[in-house]
Design a protein around this ligand. Sequence first.
Ligand SMILES: Nc1ncnc2c1ncn2[C@@H]1O[C@H](COP(=O)(O)OP(=O)(O)O)[C@@H](O)[C@H]1O
Ligand SMILES: [Mg+2]
Length: 310
Amino acid sequence: MLVAEGLRKRFGDREAVCEVGFEIASGEVYGLLGPNGAGKSTTISMITGVLPRDGGRVCIDGIDLDSGPPARRRIGLVPQAITLYQDLTARENLLFWGRMYELRGTALESAVQQALEDVALSDRADDRVATFSGGMQRRLNLVAGLLHQPSLLTLDEPTAGVDPQSRSAIFDLVERLRDDGMAILYTTHYMEEAERLCDRIGIIDGGRLIAEGTRQELVAQVRNESRIELSFGGARSPERSEAIAKSLPDVRRAHWDGEHLAVHADDGNRCLPGLLGALLEAELAPSRIDVIEPDLEDVFLELTGRALRD
Ligand SMILES: Nc1ncnc2c1ncn2[C@@H]1O[C@H](COP(=O)(O)OP(=O)(O)O)[C@@H](O)[C@H]1O
Ligand SMILES: [Mg+2]
């Protein structure tokens, strides 16, 4: 559906986006995950034709973006900033955006009606947007980009400043659109959102795509290891647990930090029975056990040496 290749953008001396490329299929949610300033909005702006490219190519349904309106009309854009008129009602805002997408008459009216229903705002349709909460405005902003039924929807950090209820409404809508066969580009700096929502994820940092794949592929790419954390309540000499853990074949590393024993293993669940057996034999009964699987935060840390959120 979408093919983006070698995208480049420079602002003065700053290389904001450098050789970024990816493909998105119909019925797929592709997440662009990276910290603030990574180049997510700049990438989306080039894909939607809002910002001219310094280099690279964008194709939608096999049509080059540069060939004009037919390609652009297949794209829906939900920008990071809210683009609603505060003094107009929800319905008036959607009618405005629908006309921008060249919808008229009954097609326009039914698209607006459907959009209001999609984000559960029908009962507030004739209230001014100024009276809406941040989450309601986000939801309305989202469907404004959907009125012309695009085949690619681009969402730039659509949950920024949103309450949990609106966030979950946005997730539900994105999943429904995906199931209906839309291709979706979703940017976020929240690891949990990328993990929950995206079929494939590109990790972007400093304007470069540094890794790409499913959540599982990304995690496997850097480290195939889980961490088990144990505490021992009132047990006598719990520091002995370190040596016991280190003597087991499935354990890669173990460290007693004065409070917890951290055990690193290829497969936490396989290692656990043997570890527990050995500890109990030494009269070290754990009072708490956590098996912690690596996540995208660990991937980002491993690739860049920095935390995703700082
Ligand atoms: N219009 C602009 N003029 C100058 N620098 C910009 C402009 N837009 C973005 N940048 C810079 O480009 C980099 C990437 O920005 P952006 O794409 O907005 O990142 P993100 O959306 O991932 O937070 C940042 O260093 C930002 O300061
Ligand atoms: Mg941004």
